[in-house]
Design a protein. Structure first.
Length: 291
C-alpha cells in the first residue's frame, strides 16, 4: 500500500515537473491582456457610437420637426440604441470565446444541430421581437405616450426589441414583454373628453345656475390652454343613484383633461357660491377618450 502511494506521488511529481509553467503563465497573461484591450476598445466604440447616434437623431429632429412626430423619433432612437448595444455585446462575447480557444466558427457551423431545440426555447424571444416590430411599424405607441397596456397604465419611457417600459403615475417602472401586449389603449392620439358634473338640488334655480355656468365659460376657458373645444352645457341630468347634476362637456389635449376638469369645476362652484346658491356635496367627475 505504501509502495503504491509512493508510486502515485512520483508519477504526479513527474507530471507536474514536465509542465511549462512559464509558457502557461505567459499565455494566460497574453489572453487577459488581449481581452482587456478588446474590452477597452469596444467600450470606446460603444461610447462613440452612442454619441454619433444621438447627434444624428438630434440633427434629424431639428430638420424634420414639422413633418414627423418627436415621440416617433425618440422611439426609433431608443430602439437603435438597444440594437447597437446588443451588437457590441455580441462582438465582446465572440472575442472572449476566441481568446479562450473555443472554436466559435465550428460552433456557429454546427448550430443547425441544435436549431430545433433552440427554436423551441427561443419562441418567446422571437415573439417579442416580431411583436415589437409590428408595434413600431403600425405606430401603436411612441415614447412619451400615455397608455394603458393590460393592467399597467402610465407613460411609455422606452420601446426595445424585447420589452416595452412604462412608468406608472407613482413612479413604478414596468417592463412588459412585447409578446404580452395584446390590447393597447393609447391616450395620447386623440382629444380627451372632460365631463364636469355640478351637483344640484331638485329645487335649485337651474336656469340661474345655467346662466352662471355659461358666463363662467366665457371668462375661464380663455385661460385654459388645454381646451380644444368650447364647453357644452348638457343641462340637468339624473345619475344612476337618483342624484341630480348639471353636466358640462368639453374636449382637451391628451393629458390635460383632469386639469381642465378641476379648473372648470372649481370655477363653477365658486361662481355659484358667490351668487348665494347652496349646492349639495360634489358627486364625481369623469374623463374618457374621444374615440
Amino acid at each position: 500500500m505504501i509502495l503504491k502511494q509512493t508510486s502515485i506521488s512520483s508519477l504526479l511529481n513527474h507530471f507536474i515537473k514536465h509542465f511549462d509553467w512559464q509558457s502557461i503563465g505567459e499565455q494566460i497573461a497574453v489572453t487577459i491582456f488581449q481581452l482587456v484591450l478588446v474590452t477597452i476598445g469596444l467600450l470606446i466604440v460603444n461610447w462613440l457610437g452612442k454619441k454619433v447616434i444621438k447627434h444624428l437623431f438630434n440633427r434629424y429632429k431639428a430638420t424634420k420637426l414639422n413633418t414627423i412626430s418627436v415621440n416617433r423619433v425618440n422611439t426609433i432612437y431608443t430602439l437603435v440604441q438597444n440594437i447597437f448595444q446588443y451588437t457590441i455585446l455580441f462582438f465582446w462575447i465572440y472575442a472572449l470565446l476566441s481568446f479562450l480557444g473555443v472554436p466559435v466558427g465550428t460552433l456557429v457551423a454546427g448550430a443547425g444541430i441544435f436549431s430545433l431545440a433552440l427554436g423551441l426555447g427561443a419562441q418567446g424571444f422571437v415573439s417579442d421581437i416580431v411583436t415589437g416590430a409590428f408595434i413600431l411599424m403600425e405606430e401603436q405607441i411612441n415614447v412619451g405616450d400615455s397608455v394603458k397596456i393590460g393592467t399597467v397604465e402610465g407613460t411609455v419611457s422606452a420601446i426595445g426589441i424585447r420589452t416595452t417600459q412604462v412608468i406608472s403615475a407613482d413612479g413604478t417602472l414596468n417592463f412588459i414583454p412585447n409578446r404580452n401586449i395584446s390590447i393597447v389603449s393609447n391616450k395620447s392620439r386623440h382629444e380627451m373628453r372632460a365631463l364636469v358634473q355640478v351637483p344640484i338640488f331638485p329645487d335649485s334655480p337651474i336656469d340661474q345656475i345655467n346662466a352662471i355656468i355659461d358666463k363662467t365659460n366665457q371668462t375661464v376657458v380663455k385661460s385654459l390652454t388645454g381646451i380644444t373645444q368650447e364647453p357644452t352645457n348638457m343641462g340637468a341630468t339624473p345619475l344612476a343613484d337618483g342624484k341630480l347634476v348639471i353636466q358640462v362637456v368639453t374636449f382637451t389635449k391628451p393629458g390635460d383633461q383632469f386639469t381642465v376638469q378641476r379648473e372648470l369645476l372649481a370655477a363653477y362652484l365658486k361662481a355659484i357660491s358667490d351668487a348665494d346658491i347652496v349646492l349639495p356635496t360634489v358627486y364625481h367627475d369623469d374623463a374618457t377618450p374621444n374615440n
